[in-house]
Design a protein around this ligand. Structure first.
Ligand SMILES: Cc1cc2nc3c(=O)[nH]c(=O)nc-3n(C[C@H](O)[C@H](O)[C@H](O)COP(=O)(O)OP(=O)(O)OC[C@H]3O[C@@H](n4cnc5c(N)ncnc54)[C@H](O)[C@@H]3O)c2cc1C
Length: 233
């Protein structure tokens, strides 16, 4: 599902690079543009798959196959306490390891509160399910990128992986804001008053990142792609 949206973004940008010619069947992008589009429809549309993702996880939680409410309640408890100073960690991804822990807390807080508040009607609240699915997608893809980059660093060393490091940091920077937005959309749909304010503050805390110069990082990534004139990663 995530890949089907990334490829649509990529072919759309590809078409744009060709300008007016991109719109024409004479340029190579129009075939890719048409071919890519079906991925958001077959094998289940992305709307349905988003809802299924959350539904399946919640069902596993209810059957006791995974513990969702325990960790969710722990995060809810954390909201009421004074934030502890977190261990700063070490290494090039010290921040990102902390961010991913916090993104998971944001996800647990939003999903846990939605389950508690809406109970059986949650399965009919499609917009909220989609918000939760988008948070889960963000967490999963950010953590996957981080783990993959860490593996590459362990094989090739940090210097040889500077671009992968840029890519992970850029992605986390984007994802923190995205998770904040999806979370805000979800909780403002079912909470109000003090409870809403507490959760919005929690969301802010769990999606907080250090300032990051994404423009320069994106330029370094683009420079390599332009230099190699092919997919270089
Ligand atoms: C090229 C191609 C190949 C295919 N190959 C196969 C195949 O090999 N085997 C097979 O079984 N099927 C196949 N399909 C069918 C495909 O799986 C369906 O087209 C797809 O599941 C969507 O169903 P639908 O077309 O009936 O759209 P609908 O179910 O009518 O959906 C229409 C739109 O409404 C949205 N929507 C529907 N319900 C909701 C909801 N509750 N909330 C929010 N949005 C909603 C959908 O996301 C979609 O955007 C193929 C389709 C195509 C185009």
């Amino acid at each position: 599902m995530f890949g089907s949206e990334v490829i649509d973004f990529v072919v759309d940008e590809g078409l744009q690079i060709y300008g007016g010619m991109g719109f024409s069947a004479e340029a190579p992008m129009e075939r890719s543009y048409r071919d890519a589009r079906i991925n958001r429809i077959f094998e289940g549309t992305n709307e349905i798959n988003r809802m299924l993702t959350v539904d399946m996880i919640l069902k596993k939680g209810m059957k006791g196959e995974i513990d969702l409410m325990g960790p969710a309640q722990k995060v809810a408890g954390e909201l009421l306490s004074i934030p502890e100073m977190e261990d700063a960690g070490e290494g090039v991804f010290a921040n990102e390891r902390r961010y991913i822990r916090n993104f998971k807390k944001a996800g647990l807080m939003v999903a846990g509160a939605a389950v508690q508040k809406l109970m059986a009607t949650l399965s009919k609240e499609q917009e909220i399910l989609m918000n939760i699915a988008d948070i889960l997608i963000g967490i999963y893809t950010a953590e996957s990128a981080l783990l993959r980059a860490e593996k590459l660093i362990s094989l090739r060393g940090e210097e040889a992986c500077s671009l992968q490091i840029d890519m992970v940091k850029t992605y986390f920077n984007d994802m923190a804001d995205n998770i904040n937005k999806f979370g805000k959309d979800a909780i403002t749909s079912f909470a109000e008053g003090d409870e809403l304010r507490a959760m919005l503050m929690g969301l802010k805390r769990f999606t907080k990142t250090e300032p990051f110069n994404h423009k320069e990082a994106r330029k370094r990534i683009a420079a390599l792609v332009i230099e190699e004139n092919k997919y270089p990663f």
